[in-house]
Design a protein around this ligand. Structure first.
Ligand SMILES: Cc1ncc(COP(=O)(O)O)c(C=O)c1O
Length: 416
């Protein structure tokens, strides 16, 4: 088992463990799947990579080389992108609680599009004193639309913290925004949630949005030129996950938007999607060293040299993963293990239960599909350093983020 032309033993020797590894070829294939299938003869399309899934300067440059736009959710993400040389015009700035200072930061950096989360934020933006720069703006709507995914990643259910319901008040705001000289109001945004594996949710979502566009056109004479449908395209983490056939889904989504916009006689100029997980998720692996093996009354624990600090998804979302012991891929799995980390928490579990060949200390454990929401959610809990990130592109290795050192852990501490 290799990544590009490299064995995992070689990668451990060079960079140590735990180690985040990315197969760049897979990321590029994923980007191309979007570029090839999400396109229309009726309107332009844009793929906006959701940086929250995984963002570093190198990743930003890769996104730039492939001509995608970038969804940033904080000024930290905007700063990273700008410092990496990303064109700010292609940044879509999100966040459910942007402060005045953050909006000013975005305007000063000439961020292309601001996604306004709520009416309070809309007022804030409309009242900013920026005579020089007029950003594009969209309003995020909440459709009270439930989807089958973990409750923490449903984002458009009733009372969700994201977006605004379409009602009299928000329609008044859409009118004001459309007439404003402060912003160039281009449309609505809606993201229904993440890790969605049932395709019909995406088509129905598009239909609901286009009906809203139709109603705005008929009742308010507002004909919005752009529509942002968010992300949410799920990936296969384990064998039993039903996989989205992404090329088919994207083509059908485009067809749905085309049909509905023709039916309603809309003048859509551009439709955007914001995939994150489905761009980087299956391109990432985490490599650990198995240190100790502990038997309790009912369980066999594999203690690895990482923890919930580098993978919070099991604790947070009860996520499930597949893994292999490097070099034993072809051996028969004989033993059920619970893979636990070294953080001081009972909930510090990476894999609840996995059947593997018999493991020994110093074996390497490779956990698959860890490219999204792993490094980006990593922490220094218990003062463990955050692992390095390495990109592999056939026979090229690129250290994208160096491993934190012990000295890094006290870098911000002030002595008395
Ligand atoms: C507004 C928005 N767009 C896009 C995404 C990316 O979602 P995913 O990684 O599921 O594609 C998210 C994730 O939470 C989001 O909140």
């Amino acid at each position: 088992m290799r990544i590009g032309n490299y064995t995992f033993e070689k990668l451990k020797e060079k960079y140590g463990t735990p180690l985040y590894l990315y197969d760049e070829t897979i990321i590029i294939n994923n980007l191309n799947t979007y570029k090839t299938n999400f396109k229309s003869d009726l309107f332009q399309t844009e793929i906006v990579y959701a940086g929250k899934a995984f963002l570093t300067k190198y990743m930003t440059q890769l996104i730039k080389r492939h001509n995608l736009a970038l969804d940033c959710v904080s000024i930290g993400e905007v700063y990273t992108a700008v410092k990496a040389g990303f064109d700010p015009e292609k940044i879509v700035f999100h966040g459910n609680n942007k402060t005045e200072a953050e909006l000013i930061f975005a305007l000063n950096n000439r961020v292309g599009t601001i996604i306004i989360d709520n009416l309070f934020e809309a007022e804030l933006l409309l009242n900013l004193q920026s005579e020089t720069y007029r950003p594009k703006a969209m309003l995020r709507v909440n459709l009270a639309y439930d989807v089958n995914t973990h409750k923490y990643i449903k984002t458009s259910i009733e009372d969700s913290k994201f977006g605004v319901s379409v009602n009299e008040k928000s329609i008044q705001m859409i009118k004001r925004l459309s007439e404003s000289k402060k912003v160039n109001f281009i449309g609505l945004h809606s993201h229904i949630g993440s890790q969605i594996l049932e395709e019909d949710y995406f088509y129905n979502h598009a239909k609901i949005m286009l009906k809203i566009y139709h109603d705005l056109k008929i009742n308010q004479q507002i004909d919005l030129p752009q529509l942002n449908l968010g992300g949410g395209f799920g990936i296969k983490y384990i064998e039993s996950d039903q996989e989205l056939d992404l090329p088919v889904v994207l083509k059908k989504l485009i067809k749905t938007v085309e049909e509905e916009s023709l039916k309603y006689n809309l003048n859509l100029e551009k439709v955007l999607v914001e995939p994150g997980r489905s761009i980087v998720g299956n391109a990432g692996y985490t490599l650990y060293t198995i240190d100790q093996i502990k038997k309790t009354k009912h369980l066999n624990y594999l203690f690895i040299d990482g923890s919930m600090n580098d993978n919070i998804r099991t604790a947070l979302y009860q996520a499930k993963y597949e893994a292999i012991i490097v070099g034993k891929e072809n051996e028969t799995p004989t033993t059920n293990y619970k893979v636990a980390g070294n953080a001081c928490e009972t909930g510090d579990i990476i894999i609840e239960d996995i059947k593997l060949p018999t493991a020994f200390p110093n074996d390497l454990l490779l956990v698959k599909n860890t490219g999204a929401y792993h490094y980006s959610m990593a922490s220094n809990y218990n003062r463990f350093p955050i692992p390095a990130v390495v990109f592999v592109n056939d026979n090229e290795l690129k250290l994208v983020v160096r491993r934190q050192t012990l000295a890094d852990l006290i870098r911000y501490d002030q002595s008395s």
